[in-house]
Design a protein around this ligand. Structure first.
Ligand SMILES: [Zn+2]
Length: 159
């Protein structure tokens, strides 16, 4: 899928992710993020480390692995299965949105699913250049589910 999610949007996403998970915004995490965003090719821990060292930035392997895991969880990086023992990664660059829509109250909540996004990224469409993907998942939100349950119980008790 075409590159439509800009680096600033991805940087903002990581910022929000760290805040949401009450994690610190460390200089190391910022440096790794910037390096990952600036490359459009797949990379592995060693090549990422070399790129950082070229900028005179030294980050331990443990910190690198740790930060990559966070970037994967935040939907910014995905793992590629290229060569058995050495994991490769690449930046996620697509405009894919997954939204949960409640049939009862109409509330819409955006959600992230890195596995689903990775799958959609592998799809190709005949005679069509995809630039985005929108998925609406319909159902009942937890608030409405509770309400419905309560109403059902009331009906039953009044019989
Ligand atoms: Zn609802």
């Amino acid at each position: 899928m075409a590159e439509v999610t800009g680096n600033s949007a991805l940087a903002k996403r990581f910022d929000e992710y760290l805040t949401q998970h009450r994690m610190r915004h460390t200089p190391e995490r910022a440096a790794v993020l910037q390096r990952v965003l600036s490359t459009s090719r797949p990379f592995n821990i060693e090549s990422l480390r070399a790129m950082l060292e070229a900028d005179s930035y030294y980050v331990s392997r443990a910190t690198l692995y740790n930060t990559i895991e966070l970037l994967i969880d935040a939907g910014i990086v995905r793992r590629l299965k290229l060569d058995g023992n050495h994991a490769s990664y690449e930046k996620v660059v697509s405009n894919i949105r997954i939204r949960l829509m409640c049939d009862e109250c109409g509330k819409v909540k955006e959600t992230r699913d890195p596995n689903f996004i990775a799958f959609i990224n592998t799809r190709k469409f005949t005679a069509f250049n995809a630039t985005g993907f929108d998925l609406y998942v319909t159902g009942t939100c937890s608030t409405c589910a509770r309400k419905l349950k309560r109403m059902k119980r009331l009906k039953r008790d009044n019989k």
